[in-house]
Design a binder for this molecule. Structure first.
Ligand code: GRF
Length: 216
């Protein structure tokens, strides 16, 4: 069967991109990375993509007068590569409602908290300051409102008494690297249905433990 064609959109380090590259290296993985796109020429993730022999493109947002112009260039690049699913992976640009609508139900994001808690930036500092006992990560479909949209996968990560934002980020990131390839696999297998505000997964879930996307 043909593999689902992904674009991975990055702005920086690209460790989630690397998790997707590693997953897609398995012959039986049902998706392939057709394009890695960065809005920053210096993004370290571009080196990861090049090392894996993947096509890369830089669309520098500072060269566009408006968000609409930038998003139009993004859209053209994605269409030129016949992209079927857009994976935001540390992509630090807000997208226009027109672009989000054009890719509705075909664009996903990973966020380092248990949404709908702690939308936005500095999630780990804020989770520690709030005294919550668990945080985690969420893979979700993208909607025009930031960090909203049907949830595909979540993983819960305990917050330890001696955690700081860095130690917590390290453990959440490990969970992210597990969850993102899992969510993409389920979409590529055609097992994810969107029902209103919810995403429902059909078929068996092979979660390694009860903290990752449990089904009761
Ligand atoms: C991750 O924590 C992701 O959840 C958030 O931005 C960070 C990107 O990290 N959206 P990386 O570039 O994938 O290493």
């Amino acid at each position: 069967m043909a593999k689902l064609r992904l674009a991975v959109l990055i702005s920086g380090r690209g460790s989630n991109l690397q998790a997707l590259i590693d997953a897609a290296a398995a012959p039986d993985y049902p998706a392939e990375i057709a394009l890695v796109l960065s809005n920053r020429p210096t993004a370290a993730g571009l080196g990861r993509a090049a090392a894996a022999g993947l096509p890369t493109e830089v669309i520098d947002h500072t060269r566009f007068a408006t968000r609409a112009d930038f998003d139009a260039a993004l859209d053209a690049a994605l269409r030129a590569r016949a992209v079927e699913l857009v994976c935001l992976a540390g992509f630090m640009r807000l997208l226009t409602p027109v672009f989000v609508a054009a890719w509705s139900d075909r664009m996903i994001n990973i966020h380092p908290s248990l949404l709908p808690s702690f939308k936005g930036l500095h999630t780990h500092e804020r989770a520690i300051a709030a005294g919550v006992r668990f945080t985690g990560c969420t893979v979700h479909y993208v909607r025009p409102e930031m960090d909203e949209g049907p949830i595909i996968v979540q993983a819960a990560v305990p917050i330890r008494a001696d955690d700081d934002a860095d130690t917590l980020a390290t453990r959440v990131l490990a969970a992210e690297h597990h969850c993102y390839p899992m969510a993409v696999r389920w979409i590529a297998e055609g097992r994810v249905r969107i029902e209103g505000d919810r995403a429902v997964i059909d078929g068996p879930l092979s979660s390694p433990n009860s903290a990752i996307n449990p089904r009761g």
